[in-house]
Write a protein that binds this ligand. Structure first.
Ligand code: ATR
Length: 277
């Protein structure tokens, strides 16, 4: 019977590149769940209509990606605090009464990824240097603040975007220019690249990391390539490095649990499945 089949998916435009069907598909198989997770290609103008229809088709929820993350928040009936703070949703859950609950799990995915690799790491270990002030940065900065970071030094090509983030997210954020990075590096416990620099097809992220403290955790959100030049340099400087794939895996877990009723493991098998697809 169709009502016994759990359905979920990911909505975006484009959607062909999304890794979410592979990782949810891996979990469905691993836990023997009678369900499907499918990519759904929906143009911006059709998003609201599709969202009304999916629950009627038996969908329990969906992930949303570009260009729907902000619209999803406006359409949803209820919004979690963290989604409101970030200003975008990535995980929608349809309730039995047909309402839409919007959440953003990017920040908890980011924290869970680093904590899995370095269990003693906490944002409160010190201050953090965050490169970039776009959508991803907003999620990372909110998560760092929520985990007790003492100070976030925010560096972005377009300074006004860093200033806007500081004005919205608060006094623990200090805006700095790229030229200040060498001065800052020896004093930070965490460094995160949230820009697209270093990604396949994008310009390189050129920063001299020789001044890095050896206890510092360096995380690159870029995961294609998995080992970016930025992470290689950080490793050579003796820092603790964390790649960006884990955040993608961890941010998916809360949705899977809500829709399919099973808390999934983020482990090496999952990484291998996503990397080999
Ligand atoms: P996302 O949602 O992935 O964060 P975004 O909002 O487009 O995407 O933000 C991309 C980030 O990468 C921004 O911080 C952007 O800097 P600007 O705000 O100055 O655009 C940064 N970025 C992208 N290309 C860049 C480049 N060539 N040099 C420096 N920063 C770049």
């Amino acid at each position: 019977m169709s009502e016994d089949i759990h359905l979920a998916g990911v909505i975006g435009d484009p959607i062909g590149h999304s890794k979410s069907p592979i990782l949810h598909g891996h979990w469905l198989k691993r836990y023997g769940i009678n369900g499907h997770y499918i990519p759904i290609h929906v143009a911006r103008d059709d998003f609201a209509d599709v969202l009304k229809t999916l629950p009627k088709m038996g969908f329990r929820g969906v992930n949303v990606t570009i260009p729907h993350k902000e619209t999803a928040l406006q359409i949803a009936d209820t919004i979690t605090d963290r989604a409101a703070l970030i200003g975008a949703a990535n995980t929608l859950t349809f309730t039995t009464s047909g309402t839409v609950q919007a959440d953003n799990t990017d920040g908890i995915g980011f924290l869970a990824n680093i904590k899995q690799r370095f269990p003693d790491w906490k944002a409160s270990n010190g201050s953090a240097l965050v490169l970039g002030a776009g959508g991803a940065s907003r999620a990372i900065v909110s998560a760092l603040l929520g985990d007790g970071v003492s100070e976030v030094i925010l560096v972005n090509r377009t300074r006004s975007r860093s200033e806007a983030l500081r004005d919205q997210l608060g006094a623990r954020i200090k805006v700095a220019d790229w030229t200040k990075i060498p001065e800052v590096l020896p004093h930070v416990a965490t460094v995160v690249n949230t820009t697209s620099l270093g990604m396949v097809g994008q310009p390189a992220l050129n920063i001299d990391l020789t001044g890095l403290n050896k206890d510092t955790v360096v995380n690159d959100l870029v995961y294609a390539p998995l080992m970016t030049d930025f992470l290689l340099q950080a490793e050579q400087a003796g820092a603790n490095i964390v790649d960006g794939l884990g955040m993608l895996l961890h941010q998916a877990a809360p949705g899977f649990e809500r829709w399919f009723g099973q808390r999934p493991d983020v482990d090496n098998d999952l990484r291998k499945a996503v990397l080999s697809a």
